[in-house]
Ligand binder design. Structure first.
Ligand SMILES: C[S@@+](CC[C@H](N)C(=O)[O-])C[C@H]1O[C@@H](n2cnc3c(N)ncnc32)[C@H](O)[C@@H]1O
Length: 475
């Protein structure tokens, strides 16, 4: 934790956001499933990501302990203005870290209750019969451990080429192993070895402990650090060059930059998000990635008018809405159970978003994705909305060679794709591909998506006849 102090207790953020506020915002983002810990930390505008990362991961490690202390002390009941995530990081540093630094109103509120919080920590230790803080943590290795997810590196083809990046790493004494042949090969990656991903043509796979956030290729936007599962939506949406696309929940923008790369910056991406702060971060990220074919809009997607002439050519929509984020829990000590009411509320919101997306008149293909493991947010959402639109849209089989499929109460659930640390060595994720339905009953299901070579139209994007027959998964 010593390094964390470089960031200071209160300052360090560009927009005046202090370390504790930035950490609270990352915790909130994780809870809403807005990205992985690393992406949220390095995608934030906070100037010192390493101390921020350390503070958030330590707070997460002690999450259950802190919840129990804060609950027993009644802090949030007494201080109604204290934001819960901020209370948690402050309580971590006060009780388990090196003591609070810097200023801020939150700190004053927490310090008012210092004695009570310390007493609750002491009580917990007596109750658990331990003397050290670390002994409050659950023993490691008790439950079945999920395998560690490798470090995935997406080569940003807007700025460089796969071969150049491979050569760069070779010059840095990394050892290129070619295309990975099996999960076993990938899960046993170690040292400086790296593979090309077997499904995604511009994705490299490194051992889990590799951190390239300081690497010059990352800083220059030549590589994007993005989990493999999160690369699937843009890959499967596969918009034609020159087409118009809506990225309905776009921030912090990894999938938008991927879409721009797939489209070679030709066409238009309407990238919407209702969170202004995340959009600001996204704008910097997209600039670094060399994306130019996008229009950012600070807007609630549900308020967009599908009849607006500016959307009249939108044939593709990527819908990656806020979700429980439960797919990220496999790597993080975040509670992986959700209140049924919260789950219901999320699913209700996701259904509204999907139904709205399907009402865009020129829409041909839509990808719906979440980083949730719950069927309620995934297959059930897709099924529920498709029931109302079954004459117009159908599920198509996404990446047939992908082994981990959707599950649910309807036959086509297997057309959807799931990802998890155990089954696919990725974060927990869900993807469904929906296409406008042109055929008759015998064609009720099909496979996605056109091969790359056909993706060459510059100015328009008709759906060529017969392309439905091509599976992107024939890899
Ligand atoms: C899972 S994150 C999206 C991650 C993003 N697609 C990426 O790859 O970087 C969900 C995003 O949806 C946004 N959001 C939630 N409800 C929205 C709405 N009604 N309209 C637009 N954006 C919304 C949130 O602000 C959040 O940034």
């Amino acid at each position: 934790m010593a390094e964390r102090r470089r960031g200071g207790g209160g300052g360090g953020g560009r927009g005046g956001l202090g370390l504790y506020e930035a950490a609270a915002s990352v915790l909130a983002g994780l809870e809403k499933g807005e990205g992985s810990l690393k992406n949220l930390v390095y995608g934030s505008s906070f100037q010192s990501p390493r101390p921020l990362y350390a503070l958030v991961s330590e707070t997460l490690r002690y999450s259950d302990v802190l919840d129990s202390i804060l609950g027993a002390a009644g802090l949030l009941r007494m201080e109604k203005k204290l934001q819960p995530h901020l209370a948690k990081v402050l309580a971590y540093d006060l009780l388990l870290g090196k003591g609070l630094r810097g200023g801020g109103r939150g700190k004053v509120l927490v310090l008012k209750h210092r004695a009570r919080l310390q007493a609750e920590l002491a009580r917990l230790k007596v109750q658990k019969k331990v003397s050290r803080n670390e002994d409050l943590l659950p023993p490691a290795g008790g439950a079945e451990q999920a395998p560690q997810v490798p470090r995935y590196v997406r080569v940003n083809t807007l700025k460089t080429h796969l071969d150049d990046v491979v050569d760069y790493f070779k010059r840095q004494q990394y050892v290129y192993q070619g295309k990975a042949g099996s999960m076993e090969e990938v899960s046993s990656l170690s040292g400086k070895k790296f593979y090309l991903d077997p499904h995604l043509p511009e994705l490299l796979i490194f051992p889990p402990q590799m951190d390239f956030h300081d690497n010059q290729l990352y800083v220059a936007g030549h590589i994007i650090l993005q989990d493999k599962a999160s690369c699937l939506p843009a890959f499967l949406l596969n918009p034609l060059l020159g087409s118009h696309v809506i990225d309905a929940c776009a921030a912090p923008g990894n999938k938008t930059s991927h879409l721009a790369a797939v489209m070679k910056n030709k066409g238009r991406i309407f990238a919407l998000d209702r969170d202004a702060k995340r959009l600001a971060t996204m704008s910097t990220m997209l600039m670094r990635a060399g994306a130019t074919c996008y229009q950012l809009a600070h807007q609630d997607f549900l308020t967009t008018d599908p009849a607006d002439p500016k959307y009249s050519q939108v044939r593709y929509i990527l819908l990656d809405p806020s979700c429980s984020g439960s797919g990220m829990a496999s790597q993080l000590p975040v509670e992986n159970t959700l209140l049924p009411e919260r789950l219901q509320a999320l699913a209700g919101f996701q259904k509204k978003m999907l139904a709205h997306a399907l009402s865009f008149p020129a829409l041909q293909r839509l990808v719906y994705s979440t980083c949730s493991v719950y069927q309620e947010e995934n297959e059930d959402v897709v099924w529920d909305v498709l029931q109302q639109r079954e004459k117009e849209f159908r599920l198509v089989q996404a990446l047939p060679s992908w082994s981990h499929r959707g599950s649910g109460t309807f036959a086509e659930a297997k057309f959807c794709l799931r990802a998890s640390p155990k089954e696919t060595l990725t974060n927990g994720f869900f993807v469904a591909v929906l296409e406008r339905w042109h055929g008759g009953a015998s064609e009720k299901s099909s496979t996605a998506v056109l091969p790359k070579a056909e993706n060459t139209a510059e100015d328009s994007c008709p759906v060529p006849k017969g392309r439905m027959k091509q599976a992107r998964g024939a890899l």
